[in-house]
Design a protein. Structure first.
Length: 366
């Protein structure tokens, strides 16, 4: 299982450069608006040091990480919700992703034009948020009209939906992202059916120059961006696309040396994945043995049979039990067999809820 993360932002903020650096995708990156028209897609491996450790413990023949899909979407401009720029085409592409990374330009470069004429990350983010909220507002108002017509028959379900839509319209009309009970399955089902961009898991990629990246916490423009993002409950992840591009050209050893020299603790790719996973409520479990060690991704709260079904549908259909050892116990005891001997292996049934870092073996019969 992998999630798709769409890069969204104004033209010339570095979306394609960041995409190329992270995915080595070869997307065209040039100094003019709408360089990207059709979305570019790249599949990358999700970095997880635990997988390498498990492979060494079990002497695995190969390592198979989880994957992540990045999508580089065309630049957005003022009036996109009314068809300006690539308008509806852009909005259609963004509705198909699982999470949104709003790429905002913080770097200063006189050789790279800015569609608004000046570098102002807060203003850029305001344009993005306004256009996405206006697009959702238009869709909800049309839906409300249909709901009102149905409301003539006194149906609790219709009233529930009408009240929900009215609340969303009120939030969006006042420049707020819609608030709703994410723990209520009924509400979540309705929200999912609307396909609202403003309710998607989102965060901000602040594309910086090297100096700003290193001193992000003290940069005035960066701090203003963080303060504005906080009003919408959005996390800001600083990234330097140029640095990421350089790192993408290096092998593993050279990359580690480069990062140490520049005081970089983790790459932008790792930051983006970690943030996206957290927002989407994902966890990772593993299978490990002589043939391969492999990472699998499921949503937090997934029962054991459904997790087993990610490996193969037969494992879900004929699920009997799951043998489980936590990653920490695997490492502490030196592998699966030694962890079993130490009494760390657990037998879990159909009601078991998967935990991050579980190393499993499924017993099944079909």
């Amino acid at each position: 299982m992998s999630f798709s993360c769409g890069f969204v932002g104004l033209p010339n903020v570095g979306k394609s450069t960041l995409f190329n650096a992270l995915c080595k995708g070869g997307a065209e990156a040039a100094n003019f608006p709408f360089c990207t028209i059709e979305p570019n897609t790249g599949i990358v491996a999700v970095p997880d040091e635990r997988l390498k450790v498990l492979a060494e413990l079990e002497k695995s023949g190969r390592i198979v990480p989880s994957s992540l899909k990045f999508i580089d979407i065309a630049g957005l401009v003022k009036g996109a919700s009314e068809g300006q720029g690539l308008g509806n085409q852009f909005l259609g592409h963004i509705r198909n992703v699982d999470a949104i990374a709003h790429v905002v330009r913080v770097f200063k470069d006189p050789d790279v034009v800015h569609v608004e004429g000046t570098i102002n990350p807060v203003n850029d983010l305001e344009v993005i948020m306004t256009e996405l909220m206006l697009a959702d507002l238009d869709m909800l108002e049309k839906r409300l009209e249909k709901s009102k017509k149905s409301a003539r028959c006194v149906d609790p379900e219709v009233k529930f939906e009408t009240d929900l839509i009215k609340g969303f319209i009120d939030d969006l009309s006042n420049g707020r992202l819609p608030k709703f009970d994410r723990e209520d399955p009924k509400v979540m089902e309705k929200v999912k059916s609307y396909g609202l961009i403003s309710t998607m898991p989102s965060f901000i990629c602040a594309n910086c120059d090297e100096e700003t990246f290193k001193n992000f916490s003290t940069n005035p423009d960066a701090q203003k961006l963080c303060e504005y993002a906080a009003t919408h409950g959005l996390e800001v992840v600083p990234v330097c696309a140029k640095l990421e591009e350089e790192l993408s050209q290096l092998d593993e050893e050279e990359c580690a040396m480069f990062m140490e020299e520049h005081g970089i603790k983790e790459t932008g790719l790792t930051k983006v994945i970690r943030t996206g996973y957290r927002l989407l409520n994902y966890i990772t479990f593993f299978t490990a043995g002589p043939m391969e060690s492999k990472a699998w991704t499921v949503e937090k709260g997934t029962p054991a049979p459904q997790a087993a079904g990610k490996i193969h549908t037969d494992l879900c259909r004929g699920f009997i039990r799951m043998e489980t050892v936590s990653y920490d116990d695997m490492v502490a005891n030196g592998g699966w067999n030694k962890a079993k001997e130490a009494g760390k292996l657990r037998i879990e049934g159909k009601e078991y809820i998967m935990q991050d870092g579980d190393v499993i073996h499924v017993r099944f019969s079909v």
